[in-house]
Design a protein around this ligand. Structure first.
Ligand code: NAD
Length: 281
């Protein structure tokens, strides 16, 4: 099985490395040599920490790193691939143009998957002549830690493609779930949004402080992080734009972003990455 990953950002780099840890040969492509260097250095850092903790043998770590070969040229990366996972910026036109290129450059039998968090594959697959071989494979950040993969079939996705995507996720040591219909937010983000929307409603109504809502969710529901701590971790700009997207696409008032969240984003208090969000870091 030859896997190619297109886009070597936060997601692509770790998707490639997770596959290589599980024995797959992977080509990792990005248009930016700097991103490829960063991906390589970051993956090395992660694996070496596992070696230091005694969780991975040094030789296995080196072998897993060597199984990811980086490339700038898309044709080189996907020319003999059995399976391609796209993880470039969340931009529909960019993804469509990459899928059109993949259709031209990857073998006719290759599956083309997108890691998009918000774009159902039907929006992208018709840029190719093989919509039946296109599917969403939604990994979670950080991919080296998070077990789940949401496999989402579009209206044109074939049973064979779904089967291959589910199997690839298992071969990568990940747990796939199948979503039979394209739906905004898939499963996890829908449930997360519903819960965190309620948390924001309680905050905006002055029912409890954000700290107490976090403690209640962490201690009462056993979630590792409450909604506000999690927002700081993923970036409040990401939470905000996901909410705005849901609000705009559904028109449902329940998804209107909280004014307090909007104020944080406008003030540039985006969470850990800026040193302050709901909490200070
Ligand atoms: N970050 C997350 O938590 C997360 C979680 C699940 C899914 N996703 C999805 O994964 C995808 C990537 O997200 P990310 O956070 O890794 O983004 P990122 O900004 O870290 O990385 C995107 C990468 O794509 C590369 N790229 C852009 N145009 C390209 C092109 N034409 N050819 C090759 N490479 C190109 C960029 O150089 C960059 O390295 C998005 O679709 C996003 O919705 C993100």
């Amino acid at each position: 099985m030859r896997l190619a990953v297109v886009g070597a950002g936060s997601m692509g780099a770790q998707i490639a490395q997770q596959a290589a840890i599980n024995g797959l040969e992977v080509r990792l492509q990005d248009q930016s040599p700097e991103q490829l260097r960063r991906a390589d250095a970051s993956n090395r850092g992660h694996l070496m920490r596992r070696v230091e903790k005694g969780k991975l043998a040094a030789l296995d770590a080196e072998a897993a790193l060597a199984r990811v070969r980086t490339s700038i040229a898309l044709a080189d990366a996907v020319g003999d691939a059995d399976f391609v996972i796209e993880a470039v910026f969340e931009d529909l036109e960019l993804k469509r143009s990459i899928f059109a290129d993949l259709d031209r450059l990857a073998p006719a039998a290759a599956v083309l998957a997108s890691n998009s968090s918000t774009m159902g594959i039907s929006k992208i697959a018709d840029a190719t002549r093989r919509p039946e071989s296109c599917v969403n494979m939604h990994f979670f950040y950080p991919v080296l830690v998070m077990d789940l993969v949401e496999v989402v079939r579009g209206p044109a996705t074939s049973d064979a493609t779904v089967k291959r995507a589910m199997q690839l996720a298992r071969d990568m040591g990940r747990a796939p779930v199948l979503i039979n219909k394209e739906i905004d937010g898939f499963i996890v983000n829908r449930i997360l949004h519903a819960a965190s929307q309620e948390a924001y409603r309680l905050l905006d109504a002055g029912v409890a402080s954000f700290e107490d809502i976090d403690v209640a969710v962490e201690k009462g529901l056993n979630w590792p992080m409450g909604p506000f701590r999690l927002g700081d971790f993923s970036g409040l700009d990401v939470t905000y734009s996901a909410r705005l997207h849901m609000y705009k696409t559904t028109g449902d008032e329940r998804y209107r972003p909280s004014p307090q969240l909007e104020a944080k984003v406008k003030a540039g208090k985006l969470g850990r990455k800026t040193g302050e969000g709901w909490y200070r870091y």
